[in-house]
Design a protein around this ligand. Structure first.
Ligand code: HMG
Ligand code: MG
Length: 305
């Protein structure tokens, strides 16, 4: 393995879980910083209902202001036909549909049963593809649900197969509340990989219990080559109690580069983005690598920025 693709979800998964609502121009500056750091895949926002996630209510405005750069692709969550109409009027490059492997979280998150959700997503995928857009799928609560606990892997397999049949090109497996451990990731992937090829799967690990990085490592060992991360370790689903940050992109980049695996992302430049975000949201971010880089800068007199 020589290279891993990191999908940077901080602008979406990170900011959706913050009480501070950042202005559009700050989000645009974050995107500029991410591009300077070499990030190519940026999940920038969501076309969900603005009342459900007010932090991302500026989705269309932000999409219109994002810096365009060769090779950089912007993504956004699209929950339904209304969200698709909003997204299609913007220059966002590709979309992601999402649902949960557990009934209760699906209902709390998108106000529908799982069975009611399939036709909604199928319509989004079909119309998006007709408009020339690729669509990714997310399955949430793959490794456990905040309301129901364990989720049968057979349910995850069925859901992934349905999403592939709809036409999604990749499925990101969400450990929404960060309950997974390496044994669970391995057991789940062993079953899933009998049905879905590794190149169509991605890992989306939240770090609620400090296991995200080790889970990412196990998925790499099992053949996964795309991992989601959020700058500084921001993140969490507002409709999943107890969910906290994603694996920090800084921690992923540091770890992968030390293992001799390229990410194309420059760690120090990325840390500068997170330093700005810390100032904007008024608290230190959780990434250990970020905090150690900041400490090193201070000790060599480079300051925080
Ligand atoms: P609903 O209230 O059931 O929607 O919400 P509805 O279809 O009944 O429509 C009600 C009204 O909302 C209508 O307006 C619609 O037009 C409007 P009215 O006719 O009453 O004036 N409406 C919309 N307006 C703007 N944009 C839309 C939209 N849809 C309907 N897209 C809905 C259903 C899905 C919209 C809502 O439940 C919602 O927005 N949920 C999103 C929750 C969310 O964003 N959660 C976090 C993202 S998922 C996540 O974080 C997990 C992930 O990271 C992976 C992991 O970690 O596991 C991806
Ligand atoms: Mg998430």
């Amino acid at each position: 393995m020589t290279r891993v693709t990191i999908v940077e979800v901080g602008l979406r998964d990170g900011l959706q879980n913050e009480s501070v609502i950042l202005p559009v121009e700050v989000k645009r500056r974050i995107a500029e910083g991410l591009i300077r750091a070499g990030v190519k895949e940026i999940e920038a926002t969501s076309f969900v209902h603005p009342r459900w996630v007010p932090q991302l209510a500026d989705a269309a405005e932000l999409a219109a202001q994002l810096p365009r750069e060769q090779g950089v692709r912007y993504r956004a969550l699209v929950p339904n036909a209304k969200g698709l109409e909003r997204a299609l009027s913007t220059p966002i490059d590709e979309y992601a549909v999402f649902l949960s492997a557990s009934e209760t979280h699906n209902r709390k998150n998108i106000n529908k049963s799982i069975d009611e959700t399939y036709p909604v997503l199928a319509e989004v995928v079909e119309r998006a593809q007709a408009a020339g857009k690729r669509v990714r799928g997310y399955v949430s609560t793959v490794f456990g649900c905040p309301y129901e606990g364990d989720v049968p892997v057979s349910q995850v397999v069925r859901m992934c197969e349905r999403l592939i049949e709809m036409g999604v090109y990749e499925i990101s497996l969400g450990d929404t509340i960060g309950v997974a451990t390496p044994k669970k990731v391995k057991e789940t992937l062993e079953v899933l990989l009998r049905h879905i090829p590794a190149e169509r799967l991605a890992g989306h690990f939240h770090d609620t219990r400090g296991t995200a990085l080790v889970n990412a490592y196990v998925s790499l060992e099992m053949g996964i080559r795309t991992l989601d991360g959020a700058f500084g370790g921001l993140g969490g689903c507002p409709y999943a109690p107890g969910a906290s940050g994603n694996v920090a992109t800084e921690d992923l980049v540091y770890f992968l580069e030390q293992e001799g695996i390229e990410t194309g992302i420059d760690l120090e430049t990325l840390c500068r983005v997170s330093v700005e975000v810390q100032k904007e949201i008024g608290r230190p971010l959780s990434s250990k690598v970020l905090q150690s880089v900041i400490a090193t800068w201070s000790s060599v007199g480079k300051g925080e920025s």
